[in-house]
Design a protein around this ligand. Structure first.
Ligand SMILES: Nc1nc2c(ncn2[C@@H]2O[C@H](COP(=O)(O)OP(=O)(O)OP(=O)(O)O)[C@@H](O)[C@H]2O)c(=O)[nH]1
Ligand SMILES: [Mg+2]
Length: 281
């Protein structure tokens, strides 16, 4: 018997969704940070075994929409939910489950959606709430059991009904992932409000024999942010660039030359045309 299905990974910002996605496929597909609202786009992570193919959809953390960008993010969550066979709802064990989350889970169930509730970060704290599974993306504890539970919630087929090739890991192009690495480096390096107002577009990706030449444009909201991103004598931008370059080299298994350019686009997060230019459409 074969199992195939889409699993939408939902939860509050910082619940550990992207960390789980990366753990499952054993590579850095989705960026991770201690700051909430790290993920903006849905990212597929495809896990193929002899008898199953699980397609995980990483989604942005559930939060109230204020900007057009937030609305785009929450639309991604709705579309992931609509296209999923199972929703994997993550709750951070160190934070516990909140009332609005219980209501959301109940609502999904009464709408006929299969929901598996899993407690994340159990290396930090044992969950004190009801859940179907518990795991840690850091130690790997509970991951196999989680996969078993998810697989058991998918329909069986006598024929191999996989939709992706066994070596396919994601739907995202390499350029997208590298742009995200730059955004992650900014989330790590800068105070919250600056990276939350930033978009990154890879404008050049040229693979040479010995190395890969990459250029990326960092679009920020304000002139003052541009100054912060660049830093005194370009110091901050250099730190950001070298963090992202190391990640890109790990991904591409090749030397990378990464050049970053910073540009200001006032209020881009609320301009639908600009959002789609920057890949959020
Ligand atoms: N100790 C520990 N930390 C974890 C674990 N999983 C995630 N984290 C940390 O929790 C923080 C948030 O992780 P993410 O994977 O970015 O969370 P997310 O749910 O994708 O967040 P958004 O994209 O903002 O919705 C990061 O600092 C991670 O390193 C875990 O299993 N154990
Ligand atoms: Mg995330």
């Amino acid at each position: 018997m074969y199992k195939f299905g889409y699993i939408a990974v939902l939860g509050k910002p910082n619940a550990g969704k992207s960390s789980l996605i990366n753990r499952l496929v054993g590579m850095k597909l989705a960026i991770v940070s201690s700051k909430p609202q790290t993920t903006r786009d849905n990212i597929l992570a495809i896990l193929t075994d002899k008898n199953f193919q699980l397609v995980f959809i990483d989604t942005p953390g559930l939060h109230k929409s204020t900007s057009h960008l937030d609305k785009f993010m929450m639309k991604n969550v709705r579309s992931a939910k609509a296209g999923a066979d199972v929703v994997l709802y993550l709750v951070d064990s160190t934070r516990g489950i909140e009332e609005d989350e219980k209501e959301h889970i109940q609502k999904m169930k009464s709408d006929g959606i299969k929901v598996v509730v899993a407690a994340s970060k159990i290396d930090l704290k044992a969950p004190e709430f009801d859940c179907d599974a518990k795991f840690s993306s850091v130690t790997g504890e509970g991951i196999d059991q989680l996969i078993k539970i998810l697989t058991s919630n998918l329909p069986s087929s006598k024929t191999k009904n996989f939709l992706y090739e066994p070596d396919e890991v994601t739907d995202k192009p390499t350029k997208f992932i590298i742009g995200e690495y730059v955004r992650e480096a900014m989330l790590e390096t800068l105070k919250k409000e600056v990276p939350h107002g930033v978009a990154v577009v890879v404008t050049k990706f040229e693979e040479k024999k010995e190395l890969v030449l990459i250029e990326a444009e960092i679009v920020c909201e304000k002139q003052s942010h541009k100054g912060i991103i660049i830093g005194k004598g370009g110091r901050t931008l250099k730190i950001i660039g070298s963090k992202a370059r190391l990640q890109a080299e790990e991904l591409l298994q090749k030397k990378v030359m990464l050049s970053l350019f910073v540009k200001v686009e006032e209020g881009w997060k609320d301009r639908p045309n600009k959002l789609s230019d920057l890949g959020y459409n």
